[in-house]
Design a protein around this ligand. Structure first.
Ligand code: DOR
Ligand code: ZN
Length: 331
């Protein structure tokens, strides 16, 4: 048996409407809170949007003890007064380069320090962390590496702004993260487990296709090393990104791996197999509390070693490890 105190998922897609109703309870039963991404259509970009979305999430999770940490979709028009009011309702702001992934068309087309400085200085002063989807629009395997100079420029120009490199997938990002005090990162479960070979090395696996795409074995190794060590600069963020089966098993497959129902069992198995279970609490909760300066709801989640089979789908949404047996279960 292992008990985790207030597990947190610091990067989660809950979507809206019917999909929200299907997926939200799967996170709210296992986690004490999650940073909820704002890439709805249209994006969550006003205080009214944030409040209304939070209400819909709360309806979908019922009585579970779970706090949705709301985010805004970054716009360079956000000024100090707006952000001062917004801070009461959000935990961070998510910046997407325009068009880089699902529903990011309204993102930033040119990440220019000068153009963004009013908003970023205000966020820095108000201590609102900036989460970034860090990819260029270059060759798919090089996109994250090509974005690193942008992180470095921002880290230097705004030394008091906490910048979170979302879902890092490469050794280069791990190295960059270590160089600047104000850079932090989330790491997903799937990027700790798979490489590009698992996605496209044999028959194409649409349910493992995501952005950023899984990379090379040495990249996964670097991610594993830093996550398993409990390093305070990294925290768990699933990037669980559900899409209907019909959008995944299709030409033009949507990007996203749906991990919400299997996260804790697989993380326990992974940390246990490396004899690092003692560091899981840091990765799954304690580091996030420090980085985000938050006190989560008190919620103990216990897992025991007992086999169970992952359902083939949750109302038409296919999870990672669908139909496979897992060693650990949440009780
Ligand atoms: O694979 C992904 N899916 N990556 C993202 O950045 C967005 C996400 C989604 O919203 O589907
Ligand atoms: Zn995401």
């Amino acid at each position: 048996m292992i008990t985790l105190n207030s597990p947190l998922d610091m990067h989660l897609h809950l979507r809206d409407d019917d999909m929200l109703k299907i997926v939200a309870p799967l996170s709210s039963q296992d986690f004490a809170g999650a940073v909820v991404m704002p890439n709805l259509v249209p994006p969550v970009a006003t205080i009214e949007d944030v409040k209304a979305y939070r209400d819909r999430i709360e309806k979908a999770i019922g009585n579970d003890d779970f706090e949705p940490f709301m985010t805004l979709f970054f716009k360079k028009e956000y000024d100090y007064n707006f952000l001062k009011e917004a801070k009461k309702y959000i935990k961070s702001i998510k910046l997407y380069p325009a068009g880089i992934t699902t529903n990011s068309e309204g993102g930033v087309s040119q990440i220019d320090t000068d153009e963004l400085k009013e908003t970023l200085n205000a966020m820095s002063e108000l201590q609102i962390p900036l989460c970034i989807h860090g990819e260029s629009n270059g060759f798919v395997m090089d996109r994250e590496k090509e974005f690193i100079p942008v992180y470095e420029t921002l880290a230097k120009a705004f030394p008091n702004l906490k910048i979170i490199m979302e879902h890092i997938t490469t050794k280069d990002s791990v190295d960059a993260l270590k160089k600047y005090d104000n850079l932090y990162a989330t790491i997903t479960l799937h990027h700790l487990l798979i490489t590009l070979d698992d996605v496209a090395g044999g028959l194409l696996q649409p349910h493992l296709f995501c952005k950023p795409i899984a990379k090379r074995p040495e990249d996964r190794e670097a991610l594993l090393n830093i996550a398993l060590s409990g390093d305070k600069k990294v925290m768990f963020g699933s990037d669980s990104a559900p899409h209907p089966k019909s959008s995944k098993e299709a030409p033009g497959c949507a990007a996203g791996v749906f991990t919400a129902p299997i996260i804790l069992p697989k993380l326990v198995e992974l940390f246990d197999s490396h004899r690092k279970l003692d560091n899981l609490q840091a990765f799954i909760s304690d580091n996030a509390r420090e980085i985000y300066n938050l006190i989560p709801l008190k919620k103990d989640i216990t897992l025991k070693k007992e086999e169970w089979e992952v359902p083939s789908d949750y109302d038409g949404v296919v999870p990672m490890f669908a139909g496979e047996k897992l060693e650990w279960r949440v009780i």
